[in-house]
Design a protein around this ligand. Structure first.
Ligand code: IVH
Length: 692
């Protein structure tokens, strides 16, 4: 079988950057399809493969995180129509393991982070991973008061009325219970119920659901709760929002949740070794089809809560839990065509249009082919019979071609040399995997995608400005550059007479635009769509430069690669030389400066406010750790310090406030003393933390 994608260590930086940007775009697209439209286009396995490759690239090239870094985001924003619920504790996701080695590494990572000796037993609660949608249930004095979806992890949709119709969700908890408690769990549908529901829908001419997960999600997100009531939804409880019970372990909490009246994910097992865990995994995998519901893997959670708390989270998932996924299912089908999509940065992405085929009960018809090298490597040709792969869910990845069944007159696929959207030359720079349209903003795909990025939820968040409207206004030359959006009110009269617009919707759109005339610096930076500058990087820049003027002046000065400004930019943790080049490159284009000035004249850009850690003596301090710490790992120490508002640096300078010295510390400790920097031994450091 031909190789899927190039090995990460064989990629040069430019290829990696292109690959990551491409993956980020695909992930965002599939997140929206899955979470917002309840209509996924690819299988969970294919999605996981995208995310895994992205994550692996991010580990190898942390400074290349692109615009819209998917690791900084969970799911997508709530859909319109439901009121919003802010989660007191964010509802995050789980990292995935695909092999026995991944699981062993997960346990090792925990051991290392907690600094535990080899002979210390790590207990894990193993549970099936239900393929449903997560839900938060808030009980006050034992009575259900609010139910919410996960949404983007921070804010979900208020689905209380719908959840009230579910038999599996107790409206009152069995005493004793805390005054206020939030139970989290999974809403799902049994396989038999799903098949029955689809049969009914088919008979009445309604669209059928792709799988039980979509059926459950579609049923929960009904504005009319009588529809939800008619659907056979079920619920498993598996976690709390805030820890408000006296339970010290996951296993004990399961009992408490069951006592309150919830069903639990079963069959579960308390495992004491990695072998135990893997034994459970294989056992469940073999029983998987006998379970009444679909599962896409199993979840392992570290049993002790005190350890869970110390481990905390890394970006969007806990360090103390992992989802171990089942292997993918495969099928063969015909590749009818290869369609070329053009993205915001002009990247041409080939997409496979497949003869619809059923894989494990789900019909699939599209898959991404990544880029031309990928197609060449697998020698994928239009008309070929291709092997596709999916796991517990929807569509696939093309994993190979059956060359024996290839038509005699077939020819290798040739990537177009011109953009299918605007006809401009599409070129592939030396060392790049991606071919890009050179049309820039004359290319409708790029211009529109650029404006769409600008107005998107994570950037300016202007509601009512979907692709179609942006496209229309761009084509009619009403909006050519981002600042034009803020001058749209001058076109009110013409807008109102446009077909499909009308007074009310124009009013709404203009109000939404006005509401965004004031914006935080980080969002503003992100909205500019500078290559490689995702939300996380935009935040770093805002935090570092504080105001637009300061940033702008610094970036202009940083055009000189030897300048102090350039050096300062490159020394921001997680930025580095390559990203700096792209950021500075943006300011080298007079066209971009024009866009920036134009926007600045329309907007109020709020300077960055320092986070409220004023009670913390570590706020704003720079700390360096050196030597081996005994009570905690370096990672834990770093996470703690950062949570208290400190910056953790790798090397000692006169700007360092504290150096924490563990055993066998070397030159850094000496240098700190020589510079007169505060040096703390581990005990003093621990004592300092204890006072906070
Ligand atoms: S624990 C911090 N346990 O899988 C997240 N999640 O991929 C803790 N899920 O968002 C979640 N079965 O919606 C947990 N037994 C189980 C689960 C489970 C399904 C879902 C849940 C979560 C997603 C992560």
């Amino acid at each position: 079988m031909p190789k899927k994608t190039p090995k990460i260590d064989e990629l040069n930086v430019l290829e990696a950057a292109a690959d990551m940007a491409d993956l980020a775009r695909q992930i965002a697209h599939h997140d929206a399809a899955y979470h917002q439209k309840d209509a996924p286009e690819i299988s969970d396995a294919a999605y996981d493969a995208l995310r895994n490759r992205y994550r692996a690239l991010l580990v190898a090239f942390p400074h290349l995180a692109p615009v819209n870094d998917p690791e900084q985001r969970v799911g997508v924003a709530p859909a319109a129509g439901f009121t919003k619920v802010a989660h007191v504790v964010p509802m995050l996701s789980l990292a995935n393991a695909f092999s026995d080695d991944d699981v062993a590494e997960f346990a090792t990572r925990i051991r290392r982070f907690l600094n535990l000796p080899e002979n210390e037993t790590l207990e894990f609660v193993a549970e099936p991973k239900i393929d449903g949608l997560s839900c938060s249930l808030r009980y006050e004095q034992g009575a259900l008061v609010v139910a919410a979806t996960r949404g983007d992890g921070t804010t979900g949709e208020n689905i209380t009325a719908n959840i009230m119709t579910m038999k599996d969700v107790p409206k009152k908890l069995t005493a004793p219970f805390p005054d206020s408690v939030e139970i989290r769990g999974e809403i799902y549908m049994n396989r038999d119920d799903f098949i029955k529901l689809n049969k009914q829908r088919e008979a009445s001419g309604e669209q059928i659901f792709a799988n039980p997960r979509n059926a459950a999600a579609g049923s929960v997100r009904q504005l009319d709760s009588t529809i939800t009531a008619s659907r056979p939804l079920k619920f498993f409880g598996y976690a709390l929002g805030e820890r408000v019970t006296g339970d010290a372990e996951q296993q004990a909490l399961r009992k408490t949740i069951a006592h309150w009246g919830f069903k639990l994910n079963e069959p579960s097992r308390l495992c004491k070794t990695v072998d135990d865990i893997l034994d459970y995994y294989h056992d469940i995998e073999s029983k998987r089809h006998a379970l009444p519901f679909d599962i896409d893997g199993v979840v392992y959670k570290l049993n002790r809560f005190d350890w869970q708390e110390r481990l905390g989270f890394v970006s969007r998932s806990p360090r103390w839990a992992i989802a171990h996924k089942f292997a993918a299912e495969q099928a063969e089908t015909k590749l009818n065509n290869i369609h070329i999509q053009v993205g915001r940065t002009g990247a041409l992405t080939p997409v496979a249009e497949l003869e619809p085929v059923t894989v494990g009960g789900v019909v699939v018809s599209r898959a991404t082919l990544h880029n031309e090298d990928e197609i060449a490597r697998k020698d994928i040709r239009v008309g070929d019979i291709v092997r596709i792969q999916r796991a517990g869910d929807v569509i696939p990845q093309v994993i190979g071609v059956d060359e024996k069944r290839r038509a005699k007159n077939s020819t290798p696929f040739v990537m177009p040399t011109h953009c299918p959207e605007c006809g401009s030359l599409a070129i592939r720079e030396e060392g790049m995997a991606v071919r890009r349209c050179t049309g820039g903003l004359i290319c409708p795909a790029q211009a529109v995608e650029h404006l769409r990025h600008f107005t998107s939820r994570t950037a300016f968040n202007i509601e009512g400005f979907g692709e179609q409207r942006v496209h229309e206004l761009w084509q009619d030359k009403i909006i050519q550059s981002p600042a034009d959006i803020f001058r749209l009110k001058n076109h009110r009269a013409t807008l109102e007479t446009r077909e499909g617009w009308g007074e009310k919707s124009v009013e709404k759109l203009l109000a939404a635009i006005e509401a965004r005339r004031t914006i935080s610096l980080d969002r503003f930076i992100y909205a500019l769509g500078i290559r490689q500058v995702g939300e996380a990087t935009a935040k770093l820049l805002a935090r570092h430069y504080h105001s637009l003027d300061a940033w702008r002046d610094a970036m202009v000065a940083a055009q000189d690669t030897e300048s102090a400004a350039r050096h300062d930019l490159e020394s921001i943790d997680q930025i580095g030389a390559l990203m700096a080049r792209d950021i500075v490159g943006f300011f080298a284009e007079p066209h971009n400066i024009q866009v920036l000035d134009d926007l600045a004249s329309e907007l109020t850009i709020e300077s960055h406010q320092k986070p409220d850690t004023h009670n913390s003596p570590l706020a704003g301090k720079t700390i360096v750790f050196t030597g081996t710490l005994e009570t905690m790992s370096r990672a834990e120490a770093k996470a703690k310090a950062e949570n208290l508002g400190a910056k953790v640096a790798g090397s000692v300078s006169a700007k360092t406030d504290y150096v924490v010295v563990g055993a066998d510390a070397g030159s850094k400790a000496d240098k700190a003393r020589a510079l007169g920097v505060n040096v703390l031994d581990e005990h003093k450091w621990a004592a300092l933390l204890a006072t906070l």
